[in-house]
Design a protein around this ligand. Sequence first.
Ligand SMILES: *Cc1c(COP(=O)(O)O)cnc(C)c1O
Ligand SMILES: [Zn+2]
Length: 387
Amino acid sequence: MKFHYKCTTCGQEYQTDDVIYLCPKCEKTNEPDQPPRGVLKVLYDYQALTHNFEELKKQEFLPVLPIKSLSSLPNLRIGKTPLYSVRHIDNNKLDFELYIKDDSQNPTFSFKDRASAIVSAFAKEHGINTIVAASTGNAGSSLAGIAAAQQQNAIIYVPSSAPKAKLTQILMYGAELRTVDGNYDMAFDLSIEATQKHGWYNRNTAYNPLTIEGKKTVSFELFDQLGLVPDHIFVPVGDGVIISGVYKGYEDLLKLGIIDRMPTIVAVQAQGSSNLINNIFHNAFEYTPSKTIADSISVDVPRNFFMARDFICEYEGEVASVSDEEILHASKVLARNTGIFAEPAAAAAFAGFLKYYENGQLSKNTVNIVLSTGSGLKDLDAVQGII
Ligand SMILES: *Cc1c(COP(=O)(O)O)cnc(C)c1O
Ligand SMILES: [Zn+2]
């Protein structure tokens, strides 16, 4: 086997080729209203792998992906998204470098396709034909689209309050839409029940360990596009899976000896949904119910809290919270200065960047990245008040 799993809570390692979700030991200790323990991390035999980035790139990073063959991936362009340089903001010339990694240019217009593609490919290699997911909207619309491309069945649990575009995508791609009169956390529980009852393969983030392996590819691309490790990467955070994926990609490169330092990653949350950053330095996890215009990062209990916290602490990450007003403002500034129209969750990352910029926290000549995770066309209602 080319990879194995390690529990991020107890350290137990698992050598298995079968479907596995949380660490069976730690899962038993999980409690309601607390982030789950026992999320598994995928590890490779880093010593045995090539330490040559160009070599890895030639193989489309297959040696560090949890699948056997690239031909198992959907016949769509996943990732390989553009990195745009921004020189000015509102006519002010920037004295540092700023780049937008535009992941709205994925097949279903969000970053989530990176994860769906790997989960779907793994399913294909294991003869699994039905995949279920709970979602605030994008994970579901992504899985629906990727499953359509792969002739797989997708069953999606989503809060009925999800933006119309995301619900419409799910239906157009032919997935089975199960709307939930409740929040994402309820959708999550229902999808787990369905997995236990029907045996459907589950894509949920911070449950299925492979989603992070898909998400980490963004870091490989950034390294390829920049040829260096940037100083800051601003990442929008809900459950904390994307940010863990970004960390995991750089950590893989570090373990391979391809890079020798980590970037400073800034976890940006909406003020009304900041349970991850509010709890980073606390012993007991406490949450306040989330309320933000940025639906994709609106979560009560961040599912990948512990892994994200460990990454942020180990690699000296930073945190920022931004109000809905700042998110909407950022969305407008981004669109008008770059031609990139981002959904509110993605604009939150740019709002985090703007905060650093306005506070003079970005030194001259530093290299700064904003991860734009989803398209503005996914949520037109959110911006009606500012146009
Ligand atoms: C899912 C999502 C996020 C947040 O990712 P987490 O893994 O939940 O932290 C941010 N932006 C967009 C557009 C998303 O779809
Ligand atoms: Zn464990």
